[in-house]
Design a protein. Structure first.
Length: 338
């Protein structure tokens, strides 16, 4: 009963909400927390293990899910209290995770196990292990039934059907996939590839690449990277909530480039910190947030003005990050209990 009440996805949290950004520090053992209202660092969550990799929030903001490579675990955190309320031992080195909107299942790619662990959140256990060659990132786009997982080894994106606990589709992407996103209509996928300063556009139903987009570059060669492999020219890619623009990080130029979906061309760029790694959008679509792995900070960019409005120091080697409206625990009165 305790697990059902603590981890159940149907319960309600009391208190107000705040819009927070969670930044996983892959060179440390913690998650930095930034308030997107004040644009200030407001705290952190210690995880007790090194090399934070995956970070994602349940859509209602009540649960934060993170993976740590140091102890091969998935940790479940209550956002209102910042407390770890669950741990699941995984079968190997975990990467970026995805959670269903109802909070029932989490998919965890296991990089050195050539597999994906599907975790039942209430039971806090792995209920299915699916084979996949060199998996990297898992993604959910609002479905309680389907999740996406990239296979770097097979140059494809696999779709998991959680009702059947098996793959329902395999989508070739024409190269070694890094970050990827799916358009709101579910018909189009944007995929960054290794050795490409840009991305490809994939028609999901046809299972084929329909366009290759190469971004301009101010530098002719890729500088020596501290925290990425030499084939990584971009590591972060996001689609604005309205689906009109793709924002893509450039490790060539330490910036993000902006691609207009309708015009089919690059329309701008915004300078970031050093080593832009991962991107996420604020829930209201006002900001895009970029982790800068080499300068240990996060760039907060106003999407409408295309201007960096803050650069905030966080922990060591920030990479995965996610933003959500989360419940804030009520503050106790100084006179309480008197």
């Amino acid at each position: 009963m305790f697990l059902a009440c603590t981890l159940g996805w149907g319960s309600q949290d009391s208190g107000t909400q705040g819009t927070l950004l969670y930044v996983g520090n892959s060179g440390g053992d913690d998650i930095s927390i930034i308030d997107l209202g004040s644009l200030k660092l407001v705290g952190n969550i210690k995880l007790g293990a090194e090399r934070v990799h995956g970070v994602t929030v349940q859509p209602d903001g009540r649960r934060l899910f993170t993976t740590t490579e140091g102890d091969h675990t998935l940790k479940i955190i209550e956002t209102a209290t910042k407390k770890i309320i669950g741990r699941v031992q995984l079968q190997g080195r975990p990467n970026q995770v995805a959670v269903t909107p109802d909070g029932k299942y989490v998919a965890v790619p296991i990089r050195d196990g050539d597999s994906v662990d599907v975790v039942d959140v209430v039971q806090q256990k792995i209920v299915k292990v699916l084979p996949i060659k060199e998996p990297h990132n898992a993604l959910n786009i609002g479905s309680n039934r389907y999740l996406y997982v990239s296979s770097m080894g097979s140059h494809e994106i696999n779709v998991i059907d959680l009702e059947k606990m098996d793959y329902s589709a395999v989508i070739p992407v024409g190269g070694r996939p890094r970050p990827f996103v799916v358009a709101p209509d579910g018909n189009t996928m944007y995929v960054a590839l290794a050795n490409l300063h840009g991305f490809v556009i994939v028609e999901i139903a046809a299972k084929k690449v329909i366009q290759r987009v190469e971004m301009p570059a101010e530098h002719a060669t890729l500088r020596s990277l501290q925290h990425e492999t030499p084939d990584t020219m971009t590591h972060g890619l996001g689609l604005t909530p309205d689906g009109t623009e793709v924002w893509v990080t450039s490790l060539m130029d330490d910036c993000v480039y902006i691609y207009d979906v309708k015009a089919k061309k690059i329309t701008g760029r915004v300078v970031t910190g050093v080593g832009p790694n991962w991107v996420t959008f604020s829930p209201d679509g006002k900001y895009i947030c970029v982790s800068n792995a080499d300068s240990n900070d996060v760039s907060i960019i106003d999407i409408e003005t295309r201007r960096e409005v803050a650069r905030i120091k966080v922990g060591k080697v920030p990479k995965r990050l996610t933003a959500a409206k989360v419940p804030v625990a009520p503050q106790k009165s100084e006179t309480a209990g008197r």
